[in-house]
Design a protein around this ligand. Structure first.
Ligand code: IVH
Length: 672
């Protein structure tokens, strides 16, 4: 191949790879296989190696990162990056709207663009003749840092613009946010934990840290994303903010699809509620909504005060991170005897919920974070995860504090505690003679997804254990009306209800029974798998390791745990006693004759007649797999009230949707 031929092939490859990147990273819709992509990349690298002058700054090979630089250069901008004033309530939003109307001198409703406020790192990009030329951090607004090589590694950022509605402009300045997805943040931190590197406090810090690295080869390994939301200068034909998003998208730049145009403040308020509900399942962290006057001429008329535009505000969501004080650290004893350290916190509002406790998981976690009673800590609640302590604020540590250790004796029964080789937990060695382990075990046994004894709450169990009326699960089924009536706060009516609930629970399904036993590594799903595979408790009890391992989904750890549990004579006796106390178990229907076998169902929105868990359970009993997200493989979606993104996705993919009424009717029919 001569130079001219090579040049042609380089152009061809660049085009192909860019197209592949865009479809893969911006549209989740790949046009080629991974090996094919790698092959094209290698071919391009080879040609560039041979003809270094053909290696353009916008070549896709340049995304892998460049050798480290000694420092980040400063970049001074002509158009400063502004910041936004915050509002926190509907009232303040209405005030903003009134001010805008007043300044514009009209009283008709104002058109606003409302879009997610992405919680990442703001960047400023310059494209010259369609080629990505310069990228910088916000800095103080006027002067930022040159992070061009790092930005080049972001796969969804086009290194060369497509010509859009018009030809590619000579010079284009766009701004947006660089982000790390929530799930990638968790993965990155897990990896850093394993290699002993300090973890990032949140996705934002992780994105910022990744972007400001001097070695962009490391940046290239972080799955960063970017979304653009602003063009700070005029563009012919772009009359509104919405137009600017459409324009950027037409050039191949990634823009957020969730931007909507609202007529007046009330529609903006409604959209705020919608976005807030979307927040949990949104792949990136959102810290609010940005509200912008849509028309560019009105934006110009409104102008700015100091460093903030008068035409836009940030309507913030409740914060997900707060500071508070660790008042105490206690250890709670679980069903398996594991001592879990729990931080008792000075109550604080986080993301709209009061938080007063945070789990510290185990001793290693305490050592790593070095949390001590009296410390001021940063706590965080993201999505539906349990609140956690991000870090201690060491500047505020009281003098004289000492590292905290889990106790040598069980705080409940006083038995020695023990940490076995390879176990992260320190456990109470008291077994079921420890009231805490017994109570936790019983609580699990009677819980809704296990034997489901209605009306047997934590307080009642605690009383039964304390009075010595219940020492094993079988004792529960031997309780009679007289015994129950004799308990504190137990009226005749509740006692007879409980007797009826026990009768009902005695006859149960094999899967619920297995789950209720509390075998380590056997959760609800695994219990169902075992019930289906073996059909009876006896079959599981006598199954060899090999037989257990031959069941799909059962791995060595699970199999060993099951074997060890059933080999324990105490457990064998416990099962015999349960059967002697009248427990009878129904084996599951064979897989093939269940009406929804092989079907995948997604539940979304609020169900009114039956809870979501109950609906899920029913579907699984009918053989369906209940999935969390909608895809082409989804058989149908059940949409309750206020269904959102998943419903849209189903419509988009043409997946069948039924409402709650239709769903109930279907179940009734199938259950016959
Ligand atoms: S527009 C003059 N739109 O929020 C308008 N900003 O507090 C400037 N941000 O520095 C910004 N999402 O880092 C805009 N959809 C969005 C945004 C957004 C996040 C950030 C951006 C900005 C900060 C202002």
């Amino acid at each position: 191949m001569n130079r001219a031929e090579a040049a042609r092939r380089v152009r061809e490859l660049t085009e192909l790879i860019n197209q592949a990147n865009q479809r893969y990273y911006q549209h989740d819709d790949p046009i080629m296989s991974d090996p094919e992509y790698d092959r094209l990349m290698r071919e391009l690298e080879g040609l560039e190696e041979k003809y270094p002058d053909l290696r353009a700054s916008d070549s896709p090979t340049q995304r892998v990162g460049a050798p480290p630089v000694s420092g980040l250069a400063r970049v001074t901008r002509e158009l400063p990056m502004l910041s936004l004033a915050n509002v926190f309530s509907e009232e303040e939003l209405l005030e903003f709207d009134r001010r805008v109307k007043k300044l514009l001198g009209g009283d008709g409703e104002v058109e606003y663009a409302a879009e997610p406020k992405l919680d990442g790192l703001a960047v400023d990009l310059i494209y010259e003749n369609g080629v990505f030329a310069l990228g910088s951090t916000r800095g103080d607004g006027v002067t930022g840092e040159d992070i061009t090589p790092n930005l080049r590694t972001i796969r969804s950022l086009p290194l060369r613009l497509r010509s859009g509605v018009d030809a590619v402009p000579e010079r284009l300045n766009v701004r947006g946010e660089v982000l790390l997805a929530k799930k990638d943040f968790v993965l990155l931190n897990r990896e850093r934990e394993e290699t002993g590197e300090p973890v990032f406090a949140n996705p934002r810090n992780a994105a910022a840290g990744s972007l400001r690295l001097l070695d962009s080869r490391i940046t290239a390994k972080r799955p960063l994303s970017i979304y653009l939301y602003e063009i700070p200068h005029e563009v012919p034909g772009v009359l509104t903010h919405a137009d600017s998003l459409t324009y950027m998208a037409s050039l191949g730049l990634p823009v957020l699809p969730e931007s909507v145009v609202c007529m007046g403040a009330l529609e903006v308020q409604r959209r705020h509620g919608e976005l807030l509900r979307l927040r949990e399942e949104f792949p990136f962290e959102l810290d609010g909504m940005v509200v912008k006057v849509n028309r560019k001429n009105l934006q110009a008329e409104l102008g700015q005060v100091s460093r903030s535009p008068r035409w836009a505000i940030a309507y913030k969501f409740p914060a997900q991170e707060e500071e508070t004080v660790v008042e105490d650290i206690i250890s709670s004893v679980g069903r398996t005897g594991a001592l879990t350290p729990v931080a008792v916190l000075r109550p604080v509002q986080v993301g709209g919920v009061t938080v007063s406790r945070a789990t510290l998981h185990n001793q290693d976690e305490i050592d790593r974070k070095d949390v001590r009673p009296g410390d001021t800590v940063l706590i965080r609640r993201a999505g539906d995860v349990i609140p956690e302590i991000v870090k201690v604020l060491p500047e505020q540590r009281k003098p004289g504090s000492a590292p905290w250790r889990l106790p040598d004796r069980c705080p409940v029964c006083g038995s020695p505690t023990l940490r076995e080789e390879g176990d992260a937990a320190i456990r109470c060695t008291g077994g079921v003679s420890c009231p805490a382990q017994l109570a936790e075990g019983l609580r699990h046994f009677v819980s809704k997804d296990a034997m489901d004894v209605e009306g047997m709450g934590d307080k009642l169990i605690a009383q039964l254990v304390e009075k010595g009326l219940v020492r094993t699960p079988a004792d529960i089924f031997r309780l009679d009306f007289e015994q129950l009536r004799g308990l504190d706060r137990m009226a005749d009516k509740s006692a007879s209800n409980l007797v009826a609930a026990l009768d009902k629970s005695r006859r149960n399904t094999l899967a619920r029974f297995i789950y209720g036993l509390g075998v380590r590594h056997v959760g609800e799903h695994m219990a169902k798998v075992l019930a289906r595979a073996f059909g009876s408790i006896e079959a599981i009890q006598s199954a060899t390791l090999e037989q257990l391992l031959s069941v799909h989904e059962v791995g060595p750890e699970v199999a060993a745990s099951i074997r060890a549990w059933f080999d324990d004579p105490n457990h064998q006796r416990m099962i015999q006693e349960l059967f002697a106390a009248g427990v009878t178990l129904d084996a599951p229907r064979a897989a093939a004759d269940r009406p929804l076998s092989g079907k995948t169902v997604v539940l979304t929105g609020t169900m009114t007649a039956m809870g979501r868990n109950e609906a899920k359970q029913k579907l699984e009993e009918l053989g369906a797999h209940v999935a969390a997200s909608v895809s082409k493989k989804t058989t149908f979606v059940v949409a309750g009230e206020d269904a959102g993104g998943k419903l849209d996705k189903a419509r988009e993919l043409g997946v069948r949707v039924m409402n709650e009424q239709e769903f109930l009717a279907m179940i009734r029919e199938m259950e016959g």
